[in-house]
Design a protein around this ligand. Sequence first.
Ligand code: GLU
Length: 420
Amino acid sequence: MAKAKESLNPFEVARKQIDRAGQKLSLDPGLLQILKHPRRELTVNFPVKMDDGSVKVFTGYRVQYNDARGPYKGGIRYHWNVSIDEVRALACWMTWKCAVMDIPYGGAKGGVICNPKEMSKGELERLTRRYASEISIVIGPEKDIPAPDVYTDSQTMAWIMDTISMHTGYSVPGVVTGKPLAIGGSLGRDEATARGAMYATREACKKLKLNTKGATVAVQGYGNAGYHYARLTHDELGCKIVAVSDSKGGIYSDKGLDPREVAAYKEKTGSVVGFPGTKKITNEELLELEVDILGPCALENVITSENAPRIKAKVSAEGANGPTTPEADDILFKKGVLVIPDILANGGGVTVSYFEWVQGLANFFWTKKEVDEKLEGVCVRAFDSVWKLSQEKKIDMRQAAYMVAISRVVEAYKWRGIWP
Ligand code: GLU
């Protein structure tokens, strides 16, 4: 990975992806400039009392990329590698994700530079509440709605919702999605990112005439996206999960793994590594395994021009945001690897966020079956529109997805005009 020749700055990658689609769409240069800039960026530096009595200052961001199609929407990430350019890229990708899934949101993202693995629950709560308070000037149920992302979860969302509600004087559940069920969450939200990726994988395999029953799968990352992706492709598509990994390394078994047992082991020991009956592999080795389906479900830039020539999977379903660089995309396309791009493959998460928001506004909640059926409809429609364009234009699925998404955002500009 370190040997990659191309830029691994996520925002440079995001802009390159826009340029590629922009060229194919012969976009007006002014519009292209708009699409390559985030509209608003907030940086906050704020103190948190640590358990040992000391005070530490943390830096966080909220980037509102584009709201031409609706309120800003996007998760909040806690990670030591968070940077303004990463948050910009993630906010940019949210814009295209909401557009390609055809849900009425723009794109935003937040992040705090911290190491949640080294913080107590109390410290995380204080960090979350103070960060929520700092960004309260830009978020709200009609303007910008955060959700979970890497190392944040429904508990984080509950603290944000409570903090904003305390500021307001009454409960404001619509300010975040990915909430616990008890305070207005939606059934199926926890597994939605992976469920969407599973539907996309199923559709891709249908097109390739690849039988998913017994198809081998390697999943990188065993958080919310990776675990549920392994579980759902195993349970609902009949796939054989031969390798999974987390930040500490990977495991391989040619007999196949039971995703739930691996999750229970990780819960107990802190990692999937060491799961009985498996061989230890590295995260890099996992990506290059001879498998049918690859699920990069961890972080950005794991598939670059350096390792792309050695990828052997037939399908790569991007549960993570930004796992593949544009240079790697070209190599994979030439090799005939079908990459289901992040903005399409993991769009199930924000889709059920939208369902949660709608259910909350209506104060009327759906059954799990209703959520899943509606999600399936959205995912299959989005997949079909991208697939059709990629076939017509003989381009890879990412470029097709960007063309579909950017066209929709551009149409919003056509109607709204440039103010004033
Ligand atoms: N963080 C998730 C993503 O990258 C979900 C965003 C949301 O639900 O708003 O798509």
